[in-house]
Design a protein around this ligand. Structure first.
Ligand SMILES: [Zn+2]
Length: 292
C-alpha cells in the first residue's frame, strides 16, 4: 500500500467509506493487513486532513466495538462470562481472518458488534468457492479448537470444573450456532459453496430460501436476530447478482470433501456440547452462561 503522502484524495475517500484497517498498530489479533503503517504527509490540505481524521475515527470503531460488547455482556452476565464470551468471539473471528491471509485474500480484519456478535471482512469479493468454504470453516475450527483453552483457563480462575465446563459449553454452542446451514452463517456458506459448485441457481435458491425461512421464524418467534440474518441473506443475493455465477466451482471431489468437513465439524461440536453438559450439569446453555 502506498504511503498517505502519495495517495490521491479519491483513494482516501474510498478508505473513508469502507471500514479502515485495525486501530492498533501492533494489533495482529484484530487482523489488520497494514494497520499502523501509514505515514503522515508533511503538509496536506485541510480537506485531506479532515478525511484522515475521519479514517482514524473509523479505525477506533474496532476498539469501541470490543469495549461496547464487553460492557453490554457484562451488564447482564458479569465480567468473567462477558470476558470469556468476547474472547470466544475474537478467536472465532480471527479464524476467518487467518484463513483470508492464508489464501492471500486481502482483509479488513474483524469487528465486534454489541448485541450482534462479530464480523470478519474480506477486502475483495470471493473469486473461488474454495475461498468461501475455507474462510467460513476456519471460524468454527478455531472456535472449537479453543475449547480446552477456555476449559483450562476458567478452571484456573474459578477452581471449579463444573463452572469451567459451563463456560466452554457456551463457546461450543456459539460455534455450533454459526454452523447452522443458513446462508449468512458459516455453515450456510460452506453448504452454499458445495451446492453452487453443482448448480449456481441452486446456490442462489438456497440463500433466498434460508433468508425467507429466517424471516418467517423471526416473525413467529419474535426473534429479531433471525430477521437480521434473513435480511443479510437476501441483501447478499441482491448485491452479488450475476457475479456469483463466475466464482470458480469446487470439483466434485472437493465438494464432497467439504461436505465431510461440515459433517465432522457438526459432529465434533455436538459431542463437545454433550460432554461438557454432563460435566457442568446443565443442558440449557443460557443457564450455563449465567452460572459462570
Ligand atoms: Zn464465523
Amino acid at each position: 500500500m502506498r504511503p498517505w503522502s502519495e495517495r490521491t484524495p479519491e483513494a482516501i475517500r474510498e478508505a473513508f467509506y469502507s471500514p479502515a484497517p485495525a486501530p492498533i498498530a501492533h494489533g495482529d489479533a484484530f487482523g489488520s493487513e497494514d494497520g499502523g503503517r501509514a505515514e503522515r504527509p508533511s503538509s496536506k490540505p485541510a480537506l485531506v486532513g479532515l478525511l484522515v481524521l475521519g479514517i482514524k475515527a473509523l479505525k477506533s470503531t474496532k476498539i469501541l466495538g470490543l469495549l461496547g460488547s464487553l460492557l453490554v455482556y457484562a451488564l447482564s452476565l458479569g465480567w468473567l462470562a462477558a470476558g470469556l464470551l468476547v474472547a470466544g468471539l475474537c478467536i472465532h473471528e480471527y479464524g476467518h481472518v487467518w484463513a483470508m491471509r492464508r489464501l492471500g485474500v486481502p482483509t479488513k480484519g474483524f469487528y465486534l458488534i454489541p448485541f450482534m456478535g462479530g464480523v470478519a471482512i474480506p477486502a475483495r469479493p470471493f473469486e473461488k468457492r474454495h475461498e468461501e468454504a475455507y474462510i467460513a470453516a476456519m471460524g468454527p475450527v478455531f472456535g472449537l479448537a479453543a475449547t480446552p483453552l477456555v476449559l483450562g483457563l476458567t478452571w484456573l480462575l474459578r477452581g471449579s470444573l463444573p463452572h469451567a465446563a459451563a463456560a466452554a459449553q457456551v463457546l461450543v454452542f456459539l460455534n455450533l450456532f454459526n454452523l447452522l446451514p443458513i446462508v449468512p452463517l458459516d455453515g450456510g456458506r460452506i453448504i452454499r459453496s458445495v451446492v453452487s459448485s453443482f448448480s449456481p441457481a441452486a446456490g442462489i435458491a438456497l440463500a433466498v430460501g434460508t433468508g425467507l425461512i429466517c424471516g418467517v421464524l423471526a416473525w413467529s418467534f419474535r426473534a429479531p436476530i433471525l430477521g437480521l440474518l434473513g435480511a443479510i441473506a437476501l441483501l447478499e443475493v441482491w448485491n452479488t447478482r450475476g457475479s456469483r455465477c463466475h466464482l470458480t466451482a469446487l470439483s466434485s471431489r472437493h465438494a464432497l470433501r467439504w461436505l465431510g468437513v461440515y459433517a465432522a465439524l457438526m459432529a465434533v461440536g455436538a459431542a463437545l456440547l454433550v460432554g461438557l453438559g454432563s460435566l457442568s450439569g446443565h443442558t440449557e446453555v443460557i443457564l450455563s452462561l449465567r452460572d459462570i
